[in-house]
Design a protein. Structure first.
Length: 456
């Protein structure tokens, strides 16, 4: 029982921290080489694709022919329909790079001794064909070249998916859909995954399919815009069938290096300087808008990458987490946002590049100067202060509150929430006593105990 619990804990950890997806080159890399040729497949594999996608039709003599179209005129310039011709006639046709039209046998034979090469096979069936001939031919070829562990199937045909389940119960079967109407329980009974058009993909759809035990892949038309990756990478897909495998691999590497976690908390930005909003935290491409001081957001995901943490604050909207604090404690922090700080005498205040203990630098602030506070953050028991030069721990800092409003905010705090290192000596005693809006207090004092822990 203990081993089972440990295993499930490990799996949960992987789920929370691992963000990568499977990259599948659509027809190889059709942008850099003629589609579904050895050259196209080689380019995609060299770019890091784990699989390449290819389509198969049955020739008149029941050979599985590798081609997207049923008519070869687009890729060869000669109008021969695959189902109406024997493979001997089809194989004599050449594509733009001089390669002949290939059979699936020839593809498997070509790559048989390279175990790193894997294939996503799309079955192209005649709608009126109710036989299992295509799937049975697939079984023969896969068995002949021992490719059982190196193939996945996908198809628009529900009949083909059903046949493939019967013949290959252990090989993943992906149903391709360009419409939500086509995704139903009768389809999902036979599939292990769904390949969804990028036009209909949403985080909600992915979550629903995952809940039904289906992996989710995404595909696009041949006019795919690689800029779509800037928002697609935010969706927790399991794989992608793309015309740009090199771009996909780059994004996959970035995402794999990051760790993400779903959360549900309300956070407030506490910094006088606005911070930019990014479409994703991986490439950090800025989008319109900023996060401003005292703005509150519901955060549903945190992503850690390159020793930085980003909060998802909306659909395809991310911001650096440095100046965010839990909204439950934000009111306790705001009185100090327009203050200045200086070091308590005989103390050494080290600068950090971010409000994290592992971002420590060798720099310190001068004990002879005061510094304007730009931001503040509470992280657990630590109180962090942002100045122009970087971040500081609040423990050995003396705060000077500027103006009546900030003093009023400070005195409105419950006494146990007030920072104790507060310099009030700059306020004349007489004027302070005449101001009935401020509570009674001995303004001659300088509240700056050296051993204070500065808890908020």
């Amino acid at each position: 029982m203990f081993k089972k619990i440990l295993f499930m804990t490990f799996i949960s950890f992987i789920f929370l921290t691992s963000s990568g997806f499977t990259v599948i080159g659509h027809r190889g890399d059709p942008i850099k080489a003629p589609e579904e040729t050895f050259q196209s497949f080689d380019v995609a594999f060299a770019e890091g694709a784990e699989y390449v996608e290819l389509d198969v039709h049955l020739s008149k003599d029941n050979v599985l022919v590798v081609s997207h179209d049923s008519d070869l005129s687009r890729v060869t310039g000669q109008s021969l329909v695959i189902s109406e011709n024997d493979f001997s006639a089809l194989s004599s046709l050449k594509v733009a790079n001089g390669e002949n039209i290939h059979s699936l046998d020839q593809v498997f034979e070509h790559y048989q001794n390279n175990p790193q090469t894997k294939f996503l096979i799309e079955t192209k069936r005649d709608k009126n064909d109710k036989s299992k001939t295509m799937e049975e031919q697939l079984a023969k070829v896969i068995s002949k070249y021992h490719m059982e562990d190196r193939v996945i199937f996908h198809s628009f045909s529900t009949r083909s998916i059903s046949n493939l389940k019967e013949l290959f119960p252990d090989i993943p079967r992906i149903f391709i859909s360009g419409s939500l109407k086509r995704i139903n329980f009768s389809v999902l009974e036979n599939s292990t995954a769904v390949n969804v058009s990028s036009k209909i993909i949403t985080p909600q759809l992915v979550s629903q399919l995952h809940d039904l035990g289906q992996k989710v892949y995404v595909w696009d038309e041949m006019n795919e815009d690689p800029k779509k990756w800037n928002w697609l990478i935010n969706i927790p897909i399991d794989g992608v069938v793309t015309n740009y495998p090199e771009t996909a691999v780059k994004y996959n590497d970035l995402k794999s290096e990051a760790s993400s976690k779903s959360v549900n908390k309300t956070m407030t930005y506490l910094n006088n300087e606005p911070t930019p909003i990014y479409e994703n935290p991986y490439t950090k491409n800025k989008i319109k808008g900023y996060v401003y001081n005292l703005q509150e957001y519901n955060v549903n995901k945190t992503i850690k990458i390159d020793n930085e943490t980003y909060y998802q604050i909306g659909t395809n909207k991310f911001a650096n987490s440095d100046s965010f604090s839990d909204s439950k404690v934000a009111d306790r922090l705001t009185p100090y946002l327009h203050s200045s700080i200086r070091s308590i005498q005989n103390t050494k205040n080290i600068l950090y590049t971010s409000p994290k203990l592992d971002s420590i630098t060798k720099k310190t602030i001068s004990n002879e100067f005061s510094y304007d506070v730009e931001g503040i953050k509470k992280d657990g028991s630590k109180n962090w202060i942002k100045i122009n030069q970087g971040w500081l721990l609040a423990d050995n800092l003396l705060f000077s509150l500027h103006g009546k409003d900030e003093l009023q905010k400070y005195f409105n705090l419950p006494i146990n929430y007030r920072l104790t290192n507060i310099d009030l000596s700059f306020i004349p005693v007489k004027s302070a006593k005449k101001d009935s809006s401020l509570p009674d207090f001995d303004f001659k004092s300088v509240i700056s105990p050296k051993d204070s822990t500065n808890q908020i």
